[in-house]
Ligand binder design. Structure first.
Ligand code: NAG
Ligand code: NAG
Length: 419
């Protein structure tokens, strides 16, 4: 109830409520003061005098974001569990920009990828699992969420536990164990005491949860990645700057299938970059575009590329379906999982972030090979690079605001359990 705080609750002031009220009163005076200056300029000294004596009439005070940000307990102890560098960088960006001062990152001390339930069960008794909840005020798990499984195995109750879903919450669960994992998750998010929470970085994850019988009480908070990368740029050959297109050889669907198709059907040869190509700051040195067949509904990289100034060309939903019907797309399973989950299946692409209508100038669709050929020859997309970078600056700010709400809620939660 604290978020719906009103001045009248002053009687039972405790901890944060008190601090909050004091600060808010200060803010309110500041606001009143600023207001009075404007009035002064407009209506002269008489009105100003009246206004200086202004006393707030309304009893309840909607808490604006600035106040919430101020009230976040910056030194709360936060643990972050992820094996993946990209998601960790994203969380680091957030923590630094919100001013969180006590975040512990767990990566190297997490168990290896692909272990089974029994092993996770044993791990629950070892570091970091044995004490990570007790030693922290909030715990976040990301990427392969099975690393958080020991924290939801009954009878464990971990307070302020968040799962940040970046690609299917059960991604690494092996077939026979999926059901029991789903049940552990369902129980954890719907228990009365300190329910665990999901945060999703693309909208498909919510539909997927439902399809696996995990029913959050409310749709999880959607917060997209910041598109931040700490990877140092590399030098590129001068002659490469104006290449017609780039293909990143992270999966064979791009490195082999797509590069061959582009060469054959569009008559253009793209430069193939290996996995250690140097990240988005290196990509940005090419005045070029990355051609890609989506293998996920969303990736961290797609936002990084835009943020540092590289746009992407992708087949339109219909054309992508056609390409993968005519050829064997080796890595289309995750992106087309939408067709199994979304109802009606024709709307699958609405749950793939590459196809977000409001980003269509940044993720440029081609409906045929000749259309791709035109895009690569005309290079009109270069005129949109700055627009997309600016959109990312705006999006980062919104994402940070959403995170601020998350940490403000945790702050309230900590206060209410302390009092
Ligand atoms: C972080 O939390 C730990 C555990 O409570 C504490 O020992 C440490 O002093 C804190 N560090 C900072 C920088 O606040
Ligand atoms: C914060 O808590 C309020 C009240 O429980 C809830 O409505 C809101 O969705 C929460 N916000 C986030 C970002 O979790």
């Amino acid at each position: 109830m604290l978020h719906a705080l009103s001045i009248e609750t002053e009687d039972n002031k405790t901890g944060i409520q008190h601090a909050l009220l004091t600060r808010l009163r200060r803010l309110k005076w500041l606001a009143a003061y600023k207001k009075s200056i404007v009035f002064m300029a407009l209506f002269g000294i008489v009105i100003a005098t009246v206004n200086m004596a202004y006393t707030p009439k309304s009893n309840s005070l909607p808490l604006d974001l600035t106040s919430k940000k101020m009230l976040i307990k910056k030194d709360m102890r936060v643990a972050y569990l992820s094996r993946h560098i990209g998601t960790t960088e994203d969380f680091t960006y957030m923590a630094e920009h919100l001013g969180l001062t006590n975040v512990t990152y767990h990566q190297k001390d997490l168990p290896p990828l692909g272990i089974r339930r029994n092993e996770y069960k044993e791990k629950a008794l070892e570091p970091p699992y044995d004490s990570v909840c007790e030693d922290n005020d909030a715990v976040f798990v990301s990427d392969d969420l099975l690393v958080g499984w020991p924290l939801v195995m009954p009878p464990k109750i971990c307070k302020n536990l968040f799962f940040i879903i970046t690609n299917r919450f059960d991604y690494m669960a092996s077939g026979g164990e999926k059901d029991i994992y789903h049940q552990d998750m369902e129980r954890a998010i719907n228990r009365r005491t300190d329910p665990a929470k999901f945060i999703i970085n693309n909208p498909f994850e919510y539909n997927y949860l439902l399809s696996r019988n995990v029913f959050p009480e409310e749709p999880p908070q959607l917060i997209r990645p910041f598109g931040f990368s700490g990877i140092q740029d590399q030098k590129i050959p001068m002659d490469d700057i104006n290449l017609p297109c780039l293909i990143i050889n992270r999966v064979s669907q791009d490195g082999q299938l797509l590069s061959n198709l582009v060469k054959e059907k569009s008559g253009v040869e793209c430069k193939i970059l290996g996995t250690k190509y140097g990240g988005p700051k290196t990509l940005a040195k090419y005045k070029s575009i990355v051609v890609h067949i989506p293998y996920q509904v969303a990736t961290m990289k797609m936002w990084e590329n835009l943020a540092y100034g590289t746009l992407m060309a992708i087949p339109s939903p219909e054309f992508m379906t056609q390409i993968c019907e005519e050829n064997d797309c080796p890595q289309d399973r995750d992106v087309f999982e939408t067709k199994n989950v979304i109802d009606p299946p024709e709307e699958w692409y609405k749950y793939v972030d590459f196809y977000l209508p409001e980003w269509s100038r940044c993720f440029i669709q081609f409906g045929s090979w000749s259309q791709l050929s035109d895009i690569l020859k005309n290079r009109d997309y270069l005129a949109d690079v700055e627009y997309c970078e600016n959109r990312m600056i705006e999006a980062r700010e919104q994402n940070l605001n959403s995170w601020a709400e998350v940490f403000y809620n945790i702050t309230l939660n900590l206060e209410s359990s302390n009092s």
